[in-house]
Design a protein around this ligand. Structure first.
Ligand code: AMP
Ligand code: MN
Ligand code: MN
Ligand code: MN
Length: 280
């Protein structure tokens, strides 16, 4: 099968905090002209089988992926694992731990919300009734649905964001552990949205250096949620550390019409696409 069409290597389904079930996500991607699509749910591969079946039916190349929550110097960092074998043993063990960490963290966040005068138990039940792994996005949606905030953004600004009353520092594994699990599963690792972390430029360089030293392969140079000014800075970092480039929309929600599937700039000249030798 040839890789015609658009490439989008970062998307979410209802198995984490996306709004479309995996098969519907793939249908939407096919309709948008996407030929190569990665499903990269937060810390879970639960949607890959359903997405793969839909992709085979629609002639889309499905790249099995995951978006790992990891930590580097107390900063939470997202590491994309692409072309992973979801049944690989180390990966399964690490993802089981991630699921436990997410469930424990959600209980702690909801307890903090109770202390802040909100119905934490009720919010926890709402989140736990959802199909996917619990994320703060689910909780933000529950806070909106309960009439406690107007918009998800407000939930992060008032309660869930860093430094706010119900912020709970997650105990994610170090980036080295995420990269090792991805590689052991036959995959390649790419730092998701590298410009989005609140780091100094020196800090970002050190992050990328440590990631490269750990066996990371790429940076997500083009990301739907960030503008082109970041693309050139990301590209410079990739070239400096000998990394390749990935790109993805980070699509979650069809209602966010400004960030659709596959509407992505091309990788800058001189950047080696991560998919070049993987798709024939
Ligand atoms: P978690 O992985 O549980 O910490 O949840 C993080 C997810 O929440 C991210 O992947 C985003 O989808 C979402 N998120 C983070 N910050 C915001 C924000 N300020 N407004 C809306 N959604 C956000
Ligand atoms: Mn998300
Ligand atoms: Mn992310
Ligand atoms: Mn994402």
């Amino acid at each position: 099968m040839s890789a015609g069409g658009i490439v989008d290597l970062h998307t979410h389904s209802t198995c984490s905090d996306g709004f479309l079930p995996p098969a519907e996500l793939v249908e939407r991607a096919a309709a948008a002209g996407i030929g190569v699509l990665a499903l990269t749910d937060h810390d879970t591969t639960a949607g890959l089988a359903e997405a793969g079946t839909a992709a085979a039916r629609l002639g889309v190349i499905l790249v099995p992926g995951v978006e790992f929550s990891a930590v580097w110097r107390h900063q939470s960092i997202h590491i994309l694992g692409l072309w992973i074998d979801p049944s690989a043993r180390t990966l399964r063990a690490v993802l089981n731990d991630q699921a436990d960490r997410r469930r424990v963290r959600m209980r702690r966040i909801c307890a903090a919300l109770t202390k802040a005068g909100l119905p934490g138990d009720e919010l926890l039940s709402t989140v736990e009734a959802k199909p996917g792994l619990p994320t703060r996005s689910h909780l933000a949606a529950a806070l909106v649905a309960g009439g406690h905030v107007h918009r998800a953004e407000d939930a992060f600004r008032r309660y869930l964001g860093r430094g706010k009353r119900a912020h709970v520092a997650a105990e994610w594994p170090p980036i080295e552990e995420a990269v090792a699990a991805i590689r052991e599963a036959g995959g390649v690792a790419s730092i998701a949205h590298p410009a989005r972390y609140p780091l100094s430029s020196g800090g970002r360089r050190k992050l990328v250096a440590d990631f490269a030293a750990a066996g990371g392969s790429a940076l997500e140079i083009i990301t739907g949620a960030n503008g082109m000014q970041h693309a050139s800075a990301n590209a410079a970092l990739a070239l400096r550390f000998g990394l390749r480039g990935s790109l993805g929309s980070d699509f979650h929600d069809p209602q966010l019409t400004w960030n659709p599937l596959g509407r992505l700039a091309k990788l800058p000249d001189g950047i080696d696409p991560l998919w070049r030798d993987r798709i024939l």
